[in-house]
Every structure is written in structure tokens, then in C-alpha cells.
Write a protein that binds this ligand. Sequence first.
Ligand code: GLP
Length: 244
Amino acid sequence: MITIYKTKNYEELSRKTADIISAQLILKPHSVLGLATGSSPIGTYKELVRRCSEGTIDFSKVSTVNLDEYRGISGDNDQSYRYFMNTNLFDHVNIDKTKTNVPDGMATDSDAECERYDSVVSSMNGVDIQLLGIGHDGHIGFNEPCETFPKGTHVVKLTETTIKANSRLFASVDDVPREALTMGIGTIMAAKCLVLIASGKDKAEIVKKAFFGEVTPLIPASILQFHKNAILVADEDALSECNI
Ligand code: GLP
């Protein structure tokens, strides 16, 4: 069952998503938040930082798990997702950083790291809210279109579309890592609530396919249609291909 919030623009989308996360933190201070990277959640994180600094919300008892990390770059590299999370959220709120988790992209044994990460997630007794963005090909985390839905955390080869899309954040396309570690679809679907955010006309086509089309691993985000508590927060542009 999917609840859809349509917002006027990105700013309203960010406030709405921050409202959902704030409500969760107020109701349950020990919440486990599943977090995402990319441009989509930046406004939400800014709003959460603002609310934390004015004392409306408190991160002191919160734990977090992130969806994914590039393989082969370390957490202090400014292109890593660990660095993104520190600079966009963790460094600016009263969270205990030892309770924040991102897969280790530098682990020499990536398969062992994936197993370790799955045990971290399962030791948390469930992720309360998992935040998600969506790639132009429908990927969530780094679960790229494929034949079957992957279950647990695993290593993926990024598609050319994703490498190209993410190259805007790198000096050149050659600098974009070719592989990543990502939670699987099974790990993501185990969260109690999923919140996917989408903004902009360039996401309109994939939003329509993912939420109003066939459920298929060729469009990984379409699996959200089978979650019992999934929320889509999207602006008018991202919903412009849908009749709602
Ligand atoms: C990356 C991330 C995804 C994110 C996607 C879309 O590939 N691994 O988690 O959802 O980009 O990013 P954006 O929000 O910048 O469009």
C-alpha cells in the first residue's frame, strides 16, 4: 500500500520528508533510521539539521544504517557516501557517530563486509524508516535493474546510466567507481516503513513506471508496491506523468 504526498516543489518535499522523520523521532527517540545519499535527500537533511539546532528533534539515541557505499574509496574521501553523510547530517546534529553505519568500501574482503553489514542491520531489530531516492533506471540504493530481486547486501557493478548520472559529482566520468556495496532489496523491504523521495521532471517517467507499472526487478523501485507501509513524497514535476 503506497501513500503519495504530492508537493509543489523540492522545498516543500524536503519539509514534508523532514516532518515524517521528525514524527518518527518524537514518537520513538531510539529509532533506527535507514538513510540515503544523492541530491534528493539533501534538503531533508538540511531541514532536520535546522530542527535539531532549534531543539525540536533529538538524535542522541538514534542509530542509522545507510543503503550503500562505493567500492574502493575510503570514508574520508569527499566522494564517499560516509563523507556525504558526515557533512550533510551527522556533523551537524547531536548523533553518536559510533551508532551510524555505512558499508566499508575499503574492506579487502567485500563479501565478508556485506555479510557483516547484514548482521549489523539485523541486530537492530528492524529499521523504523528507510529513506530512498530513485535512479533514472529505477535503482534504489545501488540495486540496478536485473533478472531477480537481490536479497541481502552485495557487491554490484554500476550500470553505464548510473555511472554517467553520478559523474556530475566527480571531476570526470573516469573517476566514478565502477562498483559499490549495497543493501539488497530484501534488506530494504524488511524496513517497517519506506519513504521514497523524487523531485524534478527528469524523474517523472521512472516514477510512473515504478509506482503505476508492473512490479519487476527490471525496475527495482517497483517492489515498493508490495510493501505494507511505503510512502512516496514527490513534487509536481516528478508526478507530472501520473494522473494524480
Ligand atoms: C545514487 C544512490 C541512490 C540514489 C540515486 C539517485 O545512485 N546510490 O541511493 O537514490 O543516486 O540520486 P539523486 O537523488 O541524486 O537523483
